[in-house]
Ligand binder design. Structure first.
Ligand SMILES: Cc1cc2nc3c(=O)[nH]c(=O)nc-3n(C[C@H](O)[C@H](O)[C@H](O)COP(=O)(O)OP(=O)(O)OC[C@H]3O[C@@H](n4cnc5c(N)ncnc54)[C@H](O)[C@@H]3O)c2cc1C
Length: 403
């Protein structure tokens, strides 16, 4: 829709083909229904792209129609917005209003819509004229903006990649980005449903590969939440390369370890010697109040298993406090799987940038353009993927019309 409005404003006659019965269905799901449409903190560090050429193109495209111009555009077409710590949302807090103002602007600019039309079986290129044919219609320029391969009920079913291949393009294998991670750590499911403000550090082959903080969600299969989504791309790619991946969780992010250890020692020393006969229950009672009780139980079961193995009986309070603190600050678990591509928020991989110009035109097929998630770039959480959709839609729409 951004590409269509831009091209129409530049004087082109534009038709959008959409194989669902409505446009912009994925937009309705964004930002938990509120749509985080951009971020006032922008930069290449928020984007992943597999080639240096690609990064340069992404940088140029983002600069041409940046977050400031995007917000001016949305304000001009009647969308009020607000910003919370840089994350921009519509004032209405309804993603549907972002979709509706875009739709309204498309109609105002004279864009035609053909709903319930899958382009995949209909699209071909006329050899003699080089024009693009969809059914009985002929077009001088074509912009493919078919999205990635996630949440296919919204329409992005991966057919865009197949269409790009039809014009000779290579596709970097689509993989999920922004997904949950899975662990086979014993007993992990006992924490399912717990949320904690935490810091997560990711290790690949024993080396730090990234870290992020925020609200961590424990699931029956592993971990989720913003910090995990942010690290998931690195984990997914490493898993697919057969590498060993681990996550280290700090459940007490921002707290001083020395002070926590002192507190643990003090609490462990308060009680009667006979309570040591049931160390797990005793520890739970003495340390309750430090973190969520399910997290504490999980950690204590882990420690008690080790305790029996290591000490064959009662360890001293200092060593025990150190062991609990170690788990609270650096609880390491293996990561051996991830959510499916269809449940990811974004798809990594896609149309390779070395076959695309800075105006997002194909180098292999004149008059063919790409926009949005189907290109080989993906952003972290925070409005970066939609900003890419706005910027790339603008670039492709403008150049397609000017040509
Ligand atoms: C749950 C969820 C939450 C998200 N939240 C945010 C957020 O808050 N902020 C953010 O920046 N990003 C968010 N994203 C990511 C963001 O929504 C996408 O990156 C963005 O929508 C991509 O835009 P697009 O136009 O490239 O593709 P899409 O929005 O997927 O649109 C592609 C369109 O092409 C149509 N289409 C596909 N194939 C064909 C075909 N063969 N024929 C005809 N039509 C076809 C589809 O039906 C669809 O309407 C979220 C994603 C999900 C799944």
């Amino acid at each position: 829709m951004m590409a269509a409005v831009t091209a129409a404003r530049a004087g082109a006659a534009v038709t959008i083909y959409e194989h669902r019965s409505e446009a912009g269905r994925k937009l309705l799901m964004t930002g938990n229904g509120k749509c985080n449409l951009t971020n006032t903190r922008m930069g290449m560090s928020y984007y992943y792209c597999d080639s240096e050429d690609g990064k340069q193109i992404v940088r140029t495209v983002l600069a041409q129609f940046d977050e400031v111009r995007s917000l001016s555009f949305f304000h001009e077409i009647g969308l009020l917005t607000y910003d919370r710590d840089g994350y921009v949302y519509p004032q209405s807090e309804q993603a549907v209003t972002v979709r509706d103002v875009l739709l309204r602007e498309c109609l105002f600019c004279g864009v035609n819509f053909r709903y319930d039309t899958d382009v995949y079986p209909l699209l071909r290129r006329e050899e003699t004229t080089g024009r693009f044919v969809i059914g009985k219609e002929r077009y001088d320029r074509l912009i493919l903006a078919c999205g990635g391969k996630s949440e296919r009920q919204t329409g992005s079913d991966g057919s865009g990649y197949e269409l790009a291949k039809r014009f000779g393009h290579r596709i970097l294998t689509p993989l999920p980005a922004l997904v949950s991670l899975y662990t086979d750590e014993p007993d992990w499911q006992s924490m399912a449903g717990v949320r904690a403000k935490a810091r997560v550090r990711l290790f690949v082959e024993g080396r730090t590969a990234g870290e992020a903080d925020g609200e961590l969600q424990m699931t029956a299969q592993g971990i989720s939440g913003i910090p995990v989504l942010e690290l998931s791309r690195i984990a997914v790619h490493a898993i697919h390369e057969g590498k060993r991946v681990e996550a280290e969780i700090c459940f007490l992010n921002g707290r001083e370890r020395v002070q926590i250890e002192a507190l643990l020692q003090r609490m462990l020393a308060r009680g009667h010697a006979e309570e040591w006969e049931s160390p797990s229950d005793m520890l739970q009672t003495r340390l309750t109040g430090t973190v969520n009780s399910k997290i504490l139980s999980f950690i204590l079961r882990r420690i008690c298993n080790d305790m029996e193995r290591l000490h064959n009986g009662r360890p001293d309070e200092d060593r025990l406090a150190a062991a609990v603190a170690q788990q609270l600050f650096s609880c390491r678990i293996p990561i051996n799987g991830h959510g499916k591509l269809e449940h990811a928020q974004v798809t990594s991989g896609g149309v390779l940038f070395d076959e695309v110009t800075e105006k997002l035109e194909s180098r292999l097929c004149e008059g063919l353009f790409f926009a949005g998630e189907m290109l080989d770039v993906d952003g972290i959480c925070g409005g970066y993927n939609l900003q890419w959709a706005w910027s790339s839609g603008y670039a492709a729409g403008l150049c397609a019309a000017e040509k």
